[in-house]
Design a protein around this ligand. Sequence first.
Ligand SMILES: *Cc1c(COP(=O)(O)O)cnc(C)c1O
Length: 426
Amino acid sequence: MSDRLPGFSTLAVHAGAQPDPTTGARATPIYQTTSFVFNDADHAASLFGLQAFGNIYTRIGNPTNAVLEERVAALEGGTAALAVASGHAAQVVVLQQLLQPGDEFIAARKLYGGSINQFSHAFKSFGWNVVWADSDDIASFERAVTPRTKAIFIESIANPGGSITDIEAISTVARKAGVPLIVDNTLASPYLIRPIDHGADIVVHSLTKFLGGHGNSLGGIIVDAGTFDWSTGGKYPMLSEPRPEYHGIRLQETFGNFAFAIACRVLGLRDLGPALSPFNAFMILTGIETLPLRMQKHCDNAKAVAEFLAGHPAVASVSYAGLASDKYNQLARKYAPKGAGAVFTFSLKGGYDAGVSLVSKLQLFSHLANVGDTRSLVIHPASTTHSQLDDAAKVKSGAGPDVVRLSIGIEDKEDLIADLEQALGA
Ligand SMILES: *Cc1c(COP(=O)(O)O)cnc(C)c1O
């Protein structure tokens, strides 16, 4: 092989993996074990003291999970990654390294409904205070910064409306405030957008969605860009100060540009415990091998379906950034030139009742609360994922009563359009 760098599709198949050295197995084996034998007492002590890298116990690390971590870090262009049990677990572990009780983080208001819930209620009980900002108004992020701000959290393509976030503009605000930018890249996947190329310091994913891609395994991952200096101003003591759990070592000083990923593992995952099962890591790794093929098909199908809906008399509006007429089309051309994703919303002239009726008449689309499956999915956010919000907040987050959300799968687009046509017309 020459010294050329492998391309994205090659990394999706190979990054982090090699034939198993003991058996020759070509697919990554599922290391279904809780624990790993030490060579001797010194080896055990050096592993526990973070003086050597190696396997101890699957709550802290596992060889199958390690392949997944290396692969996603390579696809996102980060220095290291940590796989966890779900996307929500990734969010908890990330913020636990950054916030002390009483601290604040700024989050875009347009977010996955589960994240709005997690931030508003569960995190509040930890003393982590969310301050909402509006991705369409970059100055609202600037205005939200206070001396207690420790991070900014956005989605690259935002749920449920599929809007595109101006990552570079918000990263400039984060730089100025001296806080890391965390980007949830679940709906884009690194095939469409690599947030680190646009100034993100930390990327999180629900692996449950497009990366796993088959609707069969939960998982989450944290990618460290290696770009943030955690030592400034004593703002991030978990990273800059001596850790009593590890004989007083300082993580940033010891681990440099992958200190954040290490902190998430040895302080977050070790103590909070949301470990990913190696079986799920195997399923998700298998899914990632076809990510570029699937993602392109998802996007091409989504664009065809969005165009069909935009021309249908029962449809009031379609919110899909891939349409030339869409408010976010300029941002889509800049950030996601290969396609604007496959999750979007549209609204029906017949309002709430028409939405409910459509969902009940669709046959090929499954009515359920997920996105990023090979199968096409439909949901009415106002009565489900976003039902906990009051009416004004529903509209603000793109989930008004007349709105239906689709996640377009990889079936034949003609079949998807025919199903929508019968359900809208009948
Ligand atoms: C699903 C999802 C999450 C949460 O992930 P889980 O794996 O379900 O915990 C977070 N963010 C986005 C954008 C999601 O779609």
